[in-house]
Design a protein around this ligand. Structure first.
Ligand SMILES: [Zn+2]
Length: 694
């Protein structure tokens, strides 16, 4: 059945900072009074206690997601501050709410009754009861109070950590000579100042500056200086992280878990610390020989640089060398010129092309909202379609640099009522590629709007990121569950990346790349030989780059696996592990890199391994079902229905078994990493054990 407008309006962006706070307080009050009612029930049932609170959370979440979104995108500091305050109030309230013994009693009463319900409701009941127990209900009053104050403190520390990181404006001033090698377009975008008759360029620690600088600056001294500055920014965060680790350890102990990692992993696919450590150790063993070979190859380039005076020590690859020689290797041995390839990916056209790919795979339709008063970037063109079923909408905001953040942001919204039955006919999405409020996002959009001469051009890696991030939006939008609690991205964190990681594979497929690419001047697709070179380069330095991921995962597990009174010197641990695992040398420079390791305070604590864990799953799904024919709509629809639609409403492992037709395994992941020929325990060069805290 066709309809003209979606059943639910898109979020508006016209709130004042005061309104952001008022609305936050309204959500909190409404929830608090509902909880009071539940606590007063004489005969609690699933419907009048659990379901009603779940529905309330869902509607509150819908409003709150807009309120807390301002902090990531608004150009007005007042809005960002109000939004951060809203975030703080909401998380503080969620601590209070999760600690309500009176509500827990009613929930537990229903749980004990074991009512006959359909599976998703049973799951909701069990998870709600478990949530309360994990929150400390069941502890004595004194311990509960202790727990409550620890959690409030932890939540404030997280906000403090990321705010400091986001608002960092540091950088290094350097001369043009010191920056030799940096492409002109990057150099010309740097802020400058005059000093002693010389022009100094400011390389900030934002990705837009620091990544090209580390990849292109020829002089080792410059790279070392930039690296040291970047990894020493916000040193105050060291203490914040330190305090957080101790608080987490104490919370775990109060709740009866040995360590914070044990507490966190209980609800993950991996389930326990041993599984995670084994995964990281096995991968490290298998990849160290690969990494060592890759290192030798990079050092050949460095030796040349020693001859021409650009570098000092040709026998050692330092942390500040890796990106530079990795790029050099790609350009000289694989002739992958990323700047040239970018000319084939003008932003607007690439986004449209990507959406077409998703339409085919997942049997979807995207409609651009064409209300002219809202339209900012006219380079997005979508044909009008007959709507069949509305699933949801999303605003995709792409920007390369903002005052306070620099990652792509998406906001997803969906129908008020989540449909509980399987959908048979064509799925339809409404996609907001433009912002409804010109003012709010004007700065973000400036980076996106093309000048008449040259559109925004995406590097291949940015195309990959685009597929990945939009993949998260698709996951959330196509999901159909009865309760918001299990909708879309409400899955264990060690699975959440898998669907997006899988979509990255499309960006390495020859046919897809030919369809997607379009030279911004000449209109032609990428030449076959250029694609071949690009694809051949996919796994260059895969050993070293995966070892770096293993390092992050191991650092995370180490700091969150404390059980006794030992307190880690996190800076020492960070630097030692990096050198031991990722193989690149620190060169006697110790920098507090953990102070800007946002994941540790941004919800990935005892969870960083999840990237590798989900990559395993993503490789398994892609190789098993899609590799032979990535544009197969039948397989894509099966994937959507079995993996994306159920979200977290069932055990993920069951969804996977249903899709793969067997238990998931490692074969594809190892093949992807080029280590399939190795069998466990037989690889040469067994790595030394890392015993730092134990
Ligand atoms: Zn992701």
């Amino acid at each position: 059945m066709a309809f003209d407008a979606p059943p639910q309006a898109a979020p508006q962006w016209n709130l004042s900072p005061e309104e952001i706070i008022t609305k936050t307080k309204e959500i909190i009050e409404k929830t608090r009074s509902l909880e009071d009612k539940v606590a007063a029930l004489e005969n609690p049932t699933f419907e009048n206690a659990i379901a009603i609170m779940a529905q309330n959370d869902q509607s509150g979440e819908r409003i709150a997601s807009v309120l807390v979104f301002y902090q990531n995108v608004s150009i007005s500091k007042e809005h960002r501050d109000a939004s951060a305050e809203s975030d703080r109030l909401l998380s503080e309230f969620s601590v209070e709410s999760s600690m309500r013994e009176d509500v827990f009693k009613k929930v537990h009463q229903v749980y004990e009754l074991k009512p006959q319900l359909e599976p998703e409701s049973t799951r909701l009941l069990e998870k709600t009861d478990l949530d309360y127990r994990r929150a400390g209900l069941g502890l004595n009053k004194e311990d509960q109070e202790k727990l409550k104050s620890l959690k409030v403190r932890l939540s404030n520390l997280s906000i403090q950590f990321s705010q400091r990181l986001g608002e960092d404006t540091g950088g290094v001033f350097l001369t043009k000579e010191q920056l030799v090698g940096l492409p002109d377009d990057v150099l010309n975008n740097l802020a400058t100042k005059e000093e002693d008759g010389k022009t100094l360029y400011k390389v900030t620690f934002k990705y837009t500056d620091i990544i090209p600088a580390m990849s292109y600056c020829k002089l080792e001294e410059t790279r070392k200086c930039l690296f040291t500055g970047n990894y020493s920014k916000v040193p105050e965060n060291v203490n914040v992280l330190h305090e957080a680790i101790i608080i987490r350890r104490d919370i775990a102990k109060l709740l009866g878990y040995k360590t914070w990692a044990d507490f966190v992993l209980e609800e993950k696919m991996a389930k326990n610390t041993t599984t995670v450590i084994n995964l990281l150790d096995d991968l490290r063993d298998a990849l160290t020989p690969t990494g060592t070979k890759e290192m030798a190859r990079l050092l050949k380039f460095k030796k040349e640089d020693v001859k021409n005076g650009n570098a000092k020590d040709g026998d050692v690859l330092y942390v500040w060398d890796y990106q530079y020689y990795d790029r050099l290797l790609l350009e000289s041995e694989y002739q992958v010129d990323q700047q040239l390839i970018a000319e084939y990916f003008p932003m607007g056209r690439t986004v449209v092309g990507m959406l077409r790919v998703f339409e085919t795979i997942f049997s979807l339709k995207f409609i651009e909202i064409t209300d002219s008063s809202r339209s900012i970037a006219n380079n997005f063109l979508f044909g009008d379609q007959t709507l069949r079923i509305f699933l949801g909408g999303c605003i995709l905001i792409f920007f390369r640099e903002m005052e306070n953040t620099n990652t792509p942001q998406t906001l997803i919204w969906g129908p008020d009522i989540l449909i509980g039955t399987a959908i048979e006919c064509t799925h339809v999405l409404r996609l907001f590629v433009t912002s409804p409020n010109r003012k709010l996002f004007s700065e973000a959009v400036n980076n996106l709007i093309s000048t008449p001469e040259k559109p925004s051009l995406l590097k291949h890696q940015e195309v990959v990121t685009l597929f990945h991030e939009t993949g998260h939006a698709i996951h959330d939008i196509v999901s159909v569950t009865k309760y918001g609690r299990f909708h879309g991205l409400e899955v264990p964190h060690d699975f959440i990346e898998a669907p997006s990681q899988m979509l990255e594979n499309w960006c390495w497929n020859k046919k897809v790349l030919q369809e997607l690419s379009h030279h911004y001047e000449r209109g032609e697709p990428l030449k076959e030989e250029l694609i071949d070179k690009l694809v051949a380069s996919k796994n260059v330095d895969i050993g070293l780059s995966t070892l770096r991921q293993i390092f992050y995962g191991m650092f995370d597990m180490k700091i969150h696996n404390l059980s006794g009174d030992e307190v880690a010197d996190t800076t020492k641990l960070y630097n030692t592990l990096r050198q031991q695992i990722s193989l690149v040398e620190n060169g006697n420079v110790s920098t507090p890199g953990e102070a800007s390791f946002g994941h540790m305070m941004g919800g990935y604590d005892a969870g960083y391994y999840g990237y590798l864990y989900s990559q395993r799953i993503s490789a398994d799904m892609f190789y098993t079902k899609f590799k032979a024919d990535p544009m197969n709509t039948i397989v894509g629809t099966e994937y959507r229905d079995k993996i994306l639609v159920p979200g977290g409403s069932r055990e993920i492992i069951d969804n996977l078994k249903s899709f793969l037709g067997r238990e998931p395994n490692d074969t594809a992941f190892r093949e992807d990493l080029g280590i399939s020929q190795m069998t466990e325990g037989t690889c040469e060069g067994k790595t030394e054990a890392i015993e730092i805290l134990d």
